[in-house]
Design a protein around this ligand. Sequence first.
Ligand code: TXA
Ligand code: MG
Length: 320
Amino acid sequence: METRTIPLQGEAAERDVAERLARGELVAVPTETVYGLAADAANGEAVARIFEAKGRPRFNPLIAHVTGRPMAERYAVTDALAHRLMEAFWPGPLTIVLPLRPGAPLHPLVTADLPTVALRSPQGGLSRILAYLDRAVAAPSANRSGRVSPTSAAHVLRTLDGRIEAVADGGAAAHGIESTIVQPGGDHVVLLRPGAVTAAEIEAASGLPVRRHDGHTIVAPGQMRSHYAPHGRVRLDAPEPLAGEHFVAFGRLPEAAAARAAAVFQLSETGDLREAASRLFDALSTFDAPEIERIAVAPIPREGLGEAINDRLSRAAADR
Ligand code: TXA
Ligand code: MG
């Protein structure tokens, strides 16, 4: 794939990027913090491609970018404290973790199937693109996993050239450091990741104490082993179902084998890892019911996105 550089000047260029995102393309976009690797947050295959392009071995939850409070309220349940934080810091480098609104048009890969969503209303090029698109954009930093966050289009190309459709060049990112991530508590604010907004600024704006989450890195609830575990026992690397098992298939399943299963959930008939990644959480929750005791899952190659898929599956299958 050839990665195209789009100078982000003028409305035509902004509309071009919005249309690319609407078509399911991956485009690196400037924000005031760092460049983000953007995809339509409702499009599961596009979101799966973010993990693939970054080479992320796990499906960490991503920040959903919105334009301001009205759009945020389509995705999250907000309260007075959330409103105060939005008023004080949006648009800007503060990400707020809030309860996910039931039925919100977000693919579950964005939240790693958590009951919360991280929302941010950015400044810079992405904010104008969002206004055209009129829906949320998932965007982690636009770098290969484990490499430093990019603050220019050239910096993005250093690790993602050939892996994404385009990079929108909006010049140097102003902050050069990621957003601060907070989660409002009733009478305090939890700091999940330090960033461009300081704890003192948050205390001043909210009138509440900021409590630090222990450790620097986020322990996203989705990283807990049991989070993905359905009620039933999970047998991995099963080429075919045993009689009565609920079967998660990957690739074509012979009819005789399918007939033995209590039910079959097909991740991808053609063995496409992107499609499988985008359907994985749906499969696990479809088979998560008290009456379903035995689930078997077909082998999934461990390369590319398969690493993240197998990471989640091994958590689902772990002893509890
Ligand atoms: O400045 C930024 O925040 C940049 C620009 C592009 O907006 N984005 C960014 O995204 O840094 P990323 O994916 O590198 O970091 C997102 C962080 C992850 O550490 C993730 O664990 C956390 O946000 N996160 C996302 N959703 C969460 C949730 N529901 N609960 C807790 N943490 C969450
Ligand atoms: Mg990052």
